[in-house]
Design a protein around this ligand. Sequence first.
Ligand code: SF4
Length: 356
Amino acid sequence: MKDIYINYGTNLPKITYELMEAAKIADRLNPDMKIGIKPNLVVSRPADNGATTHPEIVEGIIRYLQAFDIKDITILEGSWVGDSTQLAFKNCGYTSLAEKYGVKLLDTKKDKAVQVKSKDISLNICESVLNVDYLINVPVLKGHCQTGMTCCMKNLKGCIPDSEKRRFHTMGLEKPIALLNTVIHPALHIVDSVCGDLSFEEGGNPVIANRIMLGVDPVLLDSYGAQLMGFKPDEIEYLRLGKSYGIGKYADEDTKIMELGAKNRPKTSVSHSSTIKKLSKYIEADSACSACYAALVYALDKTGGIRGECIKIGQGYRGKKNAGIGVGNCTSGCESYVKGCPPKASDIVDFIKNNH
Ligand code: SF4
């Protein structure tokens, strides 16, 4: 198995199914298994706002599981403190999804909690999460106002009661998130990187990337996701702790990645957000892929823009000599450019800081 599988596109059930096929997930399943699917429904807002998991991705997962005759499937989630999970299930499209495919919905806020010891502290965990045979974590890769970013590791916070969520904040959030990942071990992570928010967990500024990723190591996926968003993995404290606790390793040049659908990456469409429209003033795009454009948006947000000329990006620049600077291999004809197809936002951040 590769470390990370990536697929691009707008037909989300299809590209999710393709990812699971490519990774041969069926080899790890049997029809008698009790499967749990944990999306991110932190708030009751539809996924195109940038906060919650697209139900179409969960639909692709269910179709794949049911094709292998798996019958016992439960979608488990508990929205953040103060929000109703039931409302989130309804408004985010999960109530109708569950009815369509005959799967169960479980609100972890109503679940019994059990105490589990992790290193020096006891954690309260929702029992149902520990009782499934195979847990599939389906987080959104997006910004977070306290931790910088959130993805696989932090998404497990929906697996603890509200009282424990409050306690996590009094404990500084980073360490308990890392500890939580020592006691809950999803067998699989499928990351919704379709339009995760620029900087807030509750959405509002979606950055369109049209990408889904799959893997089994949450630290690896999160550290890769951090770089896609313009961070160095060590800048995210719970990631640094997670690595030190032995939960997983960081993505690096040895990480084995399989990209599906790279030739069919959708072209960018800038989201309705005024913040992102402001950042796009620094960009001269010509047929840019959405994943490439998203990396540049995240990078410009981190650097606060760029002085002087705009940055070129997109397939329209391929094979042409151009003055100025570019992002992505298509702009190799520029005076200087950031390598990658698509490049990581962390490399673009370094490039901007070193050159401007
Ligand atoms: S470098 Fe070109 S082909 Fe590659 S992701 Fe960017 S725009 Fe698309």
